[in-house]
Design a protein around this ligand. Structure first.
Ligand code: 5AD
Ligand code: SF4
Length: 441
């Protein structure tokens, strides 16, 4: 029997995509995937370090495998991704039963690192600051046959004071647009109908190639022109870099979905300045308005951090006000988590954790009601859904996403296959999904 591997992914879409490449690399080595970590020969944790609880969960799960490894001494435990890049040798020392630690720039070397660990019986740690082999050139085992991630840039040149990413993923490096378009063409030839362009800050795509031209907008137009691509999404943009040309390209390109993720982070101008975000609440709302008026039916999501160091009750009230004004269709909300080495980690933070939790609850209560209202507004409309497969909560239904990215559960007569487009009539709405009937046309 071939050796089996199991990949467990933490964190963002970039990591999910990296995990597809890890799986692709291991399959190219003749291994096969297993859903069960306990009986895998190789267990890979692809880690995140953006908030502290991601660190803690990782150490908990790696620790839990120690017993399985005692039963199966041949098991190799591998830790890659952002926490590995950040903690490196420290991680190896803290978790002695880990065999390989590799950084975000060393994905391509995984098979070789595993072989080295096998041959020597010692821990192998490989972390560099630059990528030798473009990960895009690596084999990839896609989770979905019809939807794919496409990396357009790695790293980030911003300096948001709360964020560890720039120090972990390094400065922004953009891929050539011709390479990106060729990858999309190959994916389409392979049956893909939807791509999500990925970068830490997609709006500054290409600044390292040509600082003046609106290269992200040009890229959207070039990807839209690929024959056969039905849906183009992208994440994440930074509000300060959202150029009018990008909004125009979104409005013009039929395949570019009516969906925008625009991370607000905070509504108080004082806190936004302390975060180094490069916009104030008024400018944020003006950009949002510009996007909404150019792109009919735009669905907007955001990220918000509660309890940034020094956030007062008045600052928090300003966040609630902007959230009320912006009417985001959905939001990812976080309690601030200090990351050692970031500027914010050294700032005074007199607010108690209880107070932050209480603010967090007020924010999510408000946003849940806005999200629900936004979904209720869709009841009675007809939507195009790209079918993902049977619904997880009710396998007699199918699940899919609208162009705006809303999750839909619809009735299924068993004839509709994943990857197909259907029209549905929305019948009811919950805060985080829609229920619908497949339209009879
Ligand atoms: N604490 C809490 N949330 C954070 N994020 C980034 N860094 C932190 C932190 N230190 C959030 C931001 C970002 C999202 C990906 O994670 O909202 O947009
Ligand atoms: Fe993604 Fe950032 Fe987490 Fe790395 S640290 S996995 S880039 S969210």
């Amino acid at each position: 029997m071939s050796r089996r591997f199991h990949v467990r992914t933490f964190g963002c879409q970039m990591n999910e995509h990296d995990s597809e490449r890890i799986a692709g690399l291991l399959e190219a080595e003749g291994m096969s995937a297993t859903p069960d970590a306990a009986d895998a020969d190789v267990v890979v944790f692809n880690t995140c370090c953006i908030r502290e609880n991601a660190d803690q969960r990782l150490y908990g799960q790696v620790g839990a495998l120690a017993a399985d490894k005692e039963r199966n001494p041949g098991m190799k435990i591998v830790v890659g991704g952002c926490l590995a890049q950040k903690d490196g040798a420290g991680l190896a020392a803290r978790a002695g039963h880990v065999d390989v630690v590799f950084g975000t720039h060393n994905l391509a070397e995984l098979p070789e690192l595993l072989a080295r660990a096998d041959a020597s019986g010692n821990q192998v740690v490989e972390i560099t600051d630059e990528t030798a082999v473009s990960p895009s050139a690596l084999p990839s085992r896609r989770e979905s046959r019809h939807a794919a991630w496409v990396t357009i840039s790695v790293g980030c040149d911003n300096s948001c004071t709360f964020c560890i990413v720039p120090s972990v993923r390094g400065p922004e490096v953009s891929r050539r647009s011709g390479d990106i378009v060729r990858e999309v063409e190959m994916l389409v030839a392979d049956g893909v109908v939807e791509v999500t362009l990925l970068g830490q800050n997609v709006n500054s795509y290409g600044r390292d190639l040509d600082g003046r031209r609106p290269l992200f907008a040009e890229l959207l137009r070039a990807v839209d022109a690929v024959d056969g691509i039905r849906r183009v999404r992208f994440t994440s943009p930074h509000p300060k870099d959202l150029r009018p040309e990008t909004i125009e390209a979104m409005a013009d390109c039929a395949s570019v979905c009516e969906q925008l993720h625009l991370p607000l982070q905070a509504g108080s101008d004082r806190v936004l300045a302390a975060m180094h975000r490069g916009y104030n609440a008024e400018r944020f709302l003006a950009r949002l308005e510009a996007a909404r008026s150019a792109i009919p039916d735009l669905t907007v999501s955001t990220d918000i951090i509660v309890g940034f160091p020094g956030e007062t009750e008045d600052d928090f009230a300003a966040t609630l006000e902007v959230v009320e004004a912006a009417q985001f269709d959905s939001a990812f909300t976080f309690v601030y988590s200090p990351r050692p080495g970031t500027a914010a980690a050294g700032m005074d933070d007199p607010t108690s954790p209880e107070e932050k939790q209480e603010r967090y609850k007020r924010l999510t209560d408000l946003q849940d009601s806005i999200s629900w209202r936004s979904n209720l507004d869709r009841v009675g409309t007809r939507e195009e859904v790209l079918v993902e497969g049977p619904s997880k909560r009710d396998p007699s239904r199918l699940s899919g996403r609208t162009r705006g990215g809303r999750l839909v559960h619809a009735d299924d007569d068993g004839t509709i296959t994943p990857g197909s487009f259907v029209h549905v009539d929305v019948t009811s709405a919950a805060p985080h999904y829609l229920l619908a009937d497949v339209a009879g046309d």
